[in-house]
Design a protein around this ligand. Structure first.
Ligand SMILES: N[C@@H](CCC(=O)N[C@@H](CS)C(=O)NCC(=O)O)C(=O)O
Length: 221
């Protein structure tokens, strides 16, 4: 096997953060885009829990997005080079809040029809509270802690993007989260975002290999 294999799903926020880490470290992978309602047998064989992303390296199968980011960081410290220890601690603390609380309320806000008796406004407000807290902790700069992308940026921005998508005009009208809105716009306008959102054909056993980052063949934009 020449390349690590990444099972991925374009719009999945967890897969997006894994693709960002991989891209930033300059690692090349074979990418296998999946349909969540028809996961490949091979993916389920190596990772029976059935979530994406799944990264298969020469030595191990990594099937948690944060573990993929940490594996990338163990090879190439691409995004923690310039930040202070307290920012590293804050990064871990905030990722935890986003993966647990924010995601919980986001699901009930964005996919309210999937839940029984949800109070959409309550969950919207809980997410906003978390963004207000984030607003008070980040710099007024390109990324959370300055000019360099950090583990925090790549971990939380895909979720903030989803939150905005649920009601973009409402999100854009929130005046107390200007730094967060700037951060999200910066992300959505970035080359990195464009690269990680490349569209791949759904992978099937025996299909020709597609690469991430894209080599611009065997895939369409
Ligand atoms: N804790 C996992 C969560 C991954 C996850 O839940 N991914 C979703 C897609 S966004 C998934 O694969 N869900 C399985 C399904 O919908 O069948 C991680 O961080 O990698």
């Amino acid at each position: 096997m020449n390349y690590p294999i990444l099972y991925s799903f374009k719009r999945c926020p967890y897969a997006m953060r894994a693709r960002m880490a991989i891209k930033l470290a300059g690692i090349e992978c074979e990418i296998r885009e999946v349909r969540l309602n028809n996961k490949p047998d091979h993916m389920l064989k190596v990772s029976p829990k059935g979530t994406v992303p799944v990264l298969i390296t020469k030595k191990k199968v990594i099937d948690e997005s944060l573990d993929i980011i940490n594996w990338v960081l163990s090879i190439d410290n691409v995004f923690e080079g310039n930040i202070e220890q307290n920012e590293i601690d804050l990064t871990e603390h905030l990722i935890n809040i986003f993966d647990n609380k924010f995601k919980y309320h986001l699901d009930r806000y964005k996919y309210s029809t999937r839940y029984k008796d949800v109070d959409l406004e309550f969950h919207q407000n809980q997410c906003l509270k978390i963004l207000n807290n984030l607003e008070s902790l980040i710099f007024n700069s390109e990324w959370c802690f300055g000019d360099q992308l950090n583990k925090l940026d790549i971990s939380i921005l895909p979720f903030i993007r989803q939150f905005r998508i649920a009601n973009s005009s409402w999100f854009d009208s929130q005046n107390e989260i200007t730094k967060v809105k700037k951060l999200l716009n910066n992300f959505l306008d970035s080359k990195l975002f464009e690269e990680i959102m490349h569209t791949y054909e759904i992978w099937e056993e025996g299909a020709e290999t597609s690469f991430f980052p894209s080599k611009n063949y065997n895939s369409k934009k």
